[in-house]
Design a binder for this molecule. Structure first.
Ligand code: PAF
Length: 291
């Protein structure tokens, strides 16, 4: 595995790859890698000739009082893990390499999608994400980008920006990797105390309960998504979560439509100081659909 820390170095590494018309798969990360990230790299390897992974803790997506300075930076371990899963090029730029020394005048804003759900409690977060991902897409110019479905809203925003800004990149979402107890793998799980870690799987269990309630409601005109979400919120609050939202939406994140056949349950909740997000898709089996 080759490691590059400058844009110029990365371009030099990728020039022969492009000349040989090899496909490039790209996995953007902020490091502190876990199995979920490694699965993205493995998927990228299945689909593309050359795999580039970036590790960049992006300051502009952290709000005041968020965990930018304490975000776990574990470069050596990450680098070894990436070599093991056959990453070809690790791109690990500095903040200055990505943002330069002059103040940025240009940002990428994905309007209504970015001001919903997590955007409500993390103002500016998705502008930071969309801006850095656009920069990384321009720098790496991959054929395929792979992102985890755990960050459902982020994935929707990146798909949108790729389409709106005419990036010729196939954005692929890869299913969430979970621990045996259902907890979605996340770098932020590392902040949890043993007690909090024992509590955290309740998020997945609560989403599963909502999923079951949707699937067992035969008459879909009786589905009350707002009530189901409210019940989910109460279940979590009873277990000492501070709930940001429990929402049931259509797959494109518009308000849930009773006539639909697929929805996504989304949760953001804090345990102690740690904010966790997760989601679960519900698919209405074809036989219960009206003919
Ligand atoms: O999901 C992440 O790790 C980050 O938000 C991303 C996509 C790498 C942008 O900084």
């Amino acid at each position: 595995m080759r490691t590059e820390v400058t844009i110029q170095g990365l371009h030099a590494a990728l020039t022969p790859v492009r000349a040989a018309r090899k496909s490039i798969g790209f996995v953007p990360t902020m490091g502190n890698l876990h199995e979920g990230h490694l699965k993205l790299v493995q998927e990228a390897n299945q689909r593309c000739d050359v795999v580039v992974v970036s590790i960049f803790v992006n300051p502009t997506q952290f709000g005041a009082g968020e965990d930018f300075s304490s975000y776990p930076r574990t470069f050596e371990v990450d680098s070894n893990l990436l070599a093991e899963v056959q990453c070809d090029i690790l791109f690990a730029p500095s903040v200055e390499e990505i943002y330069g020394s002059q103040p940025q005048q240009t940002t990428v804003q994905v309007n209504s999608l970015a001001n919903d759900l997590c955007g409500n409690s993390r103002p500016g977060h998705f502008t930071g994400v969309a801006t850095v991902v656009s920069k990384l897409f321009n720098i790496v110019q991959p054929n395929v980008a792979l992102l985890g479905e755990k960050d459902y809203q982020q994935l929707a925003i990146i798909r949108h920006l790729a389409r709106d800004l005419c990036f010729d990149i196939d954005v692929i979402g890869i299913p969430t990797v979970r621990a045996e107890n259902g907890l979605a793998l996340s770098s932020r799980n590392g902040y949890l105390s043993p007690d909090e870690l024992a509590l955290a799987p309740a998020i997945y269990a609560t989403m599963q309960q909502i999923q079951q309630q949707i699937l067992t409601t035969v008459d879909h005109s009786k589905l009350n998504f707002a009530d189901l979400a409210k019940q989910g919120r109460k279940t979590l609050e009873a277990q000492k979560f501070v709930v940001d939202y429990v929402e049931i939406r259509n797959p494109d994140l518009s308000l849930a439509d009773q006539e639909g056949s697929k929805w996504v349950i989304l949760v953001a909740a804090k345990i102690g100081k740690t904010r966790l997000i997760d989601n679960l898709t519900v698919i209405r089996p074809a036989e219960t659909l009206d003919s």
